[in-house]
Design a protein around this ligand. Structure first.
Ligand code: PLP
Length: 375
């Protein structure tokens, strides 16, 4: 039987994730698997937590990578913080906001969803007006909406959430590692991300962070966390974040994905060594280069300039162009992947990712040249 691994070819990943994985991260994954309670692995866990805190600009003790993709991080935040009947407000302007509302609803929360135009940011004036009328236990929003390429005003929403007395939950699956994330300054109480976007790891881990307020809510729940695998009370017994970090003993909960944690360690080290300012600037420079190149070719962006994400570029499909055929030529003839639109934007946009290691001038040039022959 053919070895299917030998049929895989390297593809330039310029879609909505996963992104290109750096050689250092591949080397890290190939290191020997050791035990999940081996002191060498525990040292690496500590280092991952420390680098995450630094990238998230937070002092949060409870900061760790959940085993699973970004959706596991989303579930972790909701399942630990929401109880039956809690009032939850989701500010939604894309697929991932919609998904947040779905997850909260499954936990028996009373969910209000404020829906905003796909391709435009959340309107903070409307949010402020709503929050004058009703108190919430938790307000959730997506920082970098991958389905549209919109950057949401998370800092301003944080101020409104604080005035309302609600816990503030932010999804930055796509933002982390590509644009600044400042949990403490923005008053974010719960946060999740993913490894396969701007952190440039394969998919498989979801960094999560809880503030002291969120941790307090977790510890004062009236009911048990309804999901054993994602129960942070138990997971912290292994990762030694709060609530039970004092004796620094590690209790087995589930077997950590050892080599994925090596990958995350290496990816975070690369970002620290390059310097976050330089990393963010590289994303912006690639984004500007891409937008200029697209506009030179008569293509238009979905999102207005001030609200664009550098790492996710939504491009309007010109009339008469078969968008799926273009993606297929790019993939089959040029080994470049870009993404399609989702939901109401299906068939209307392409999504071009410039995430992590993908965000480089030579990749933008290669894509623009390939587009010239494909469109
Ligand atoms: N949230 C956002 C903003 C995302 O872009 C994604 C994935 O693209 C997710 C959540 C879900 O993450 P995953 O697909 O890794 O489970």
């Amino acid at each position: 039987m053919a070895d299917l691994l030998k049929t895989l070819r390297e593809t330039l990943l310029m879609g909505p994730g996963p992104s290109m994985v750096s050689p250092a991260v591949y080397r890290a994954i190939a290191q020997p698997t050791i035990g999940h309670l081996d002191p060498a692995f525990i040292g690496l866990m500590d280092a991952v937590q420390e680098d995450l805190r630094s990238l998230l600009n937070t002092e949060n003790t409870l900061t760790l990578p959940i085993s699973g993709t970004g959706s596991a991080g989303m579930e972790t935040c909701f399942v630990n913080l929401v109880e039956q009947g809690d009032r939850v407000l989701i500010l939604s302007n894309g697929v991932f906001g919609t998904r947040m509302a779905e997850v909260a609803g499954r936990l028996g929360a009373e969910v209000d969803s404020m829906d905003f135009e796909w391709g435009a940011p959340v309107d903070t004036q409307q949010v402020a007006a709503r929050l004058k009328e009703k108190k919430y236990d938790l307000i959730g929003v997506v920082h970098a909406e991958t389905s549209t390429g919109v950057l949401n005003p998370v800092e301003q929403i944080g101020e409104l959430a604080r005035e309302n007395g609600a816990l503030y939950l932010v999804d930055s699956v796509t933002g982390l590692g590509g644009i600044p994330v400042k949990l403490d300054a923005w008053g974010v109480d719960a946060f999740y991300s993913g490894t396969q976007k701007c952190l440039s790891c394969p998919p498989g881990l979801s960094p999560v962070s809880f503030s002291a307020r969120a941790t307090e809510k977790l510890q004062s729940r009236k009911t048990k966390v309804p999901n054993w695998y994602l129960d942070l009370n138990l997971i912290c017994g292994y990762w030694a974040g709060e609530p039970n970090s004092s004796d620094n003993k590690r209790a087995y909960h589930h077997t950590a994905p050892i080599n994925m944690n090596y990958a995350l360690y290496a990816a975070l080290r690369e970002i620290v060594n390059e310097g976050t300012d330089a990393v963010f600037e590289r994303h912006l420079a690639s984004h500007r280069q891409l937008v200029d190149g697209l506009e030179d070719r008569g293509l238009a962006m979905l999102v207005s300039a001030p609200h664009r994400l550098p790492m996710l570029n939504a491009v309007k499909i010109p009339q008469g162009v078969d968008e799926a055929a273009v993606r297929s030529i790019l993939l089959n003839e040029h080994a470049i992947e870009i993404g399609a639109g989702l939901g109401p934007l299906a068939g209307k946009i392409w999504r071009i990712g410039l995430m992590g290691h993908t965000a480089r001038a030579e990749n933008v040039e290669r894509l623009l040249a390939a587009l010239d022959s494909a469109v």
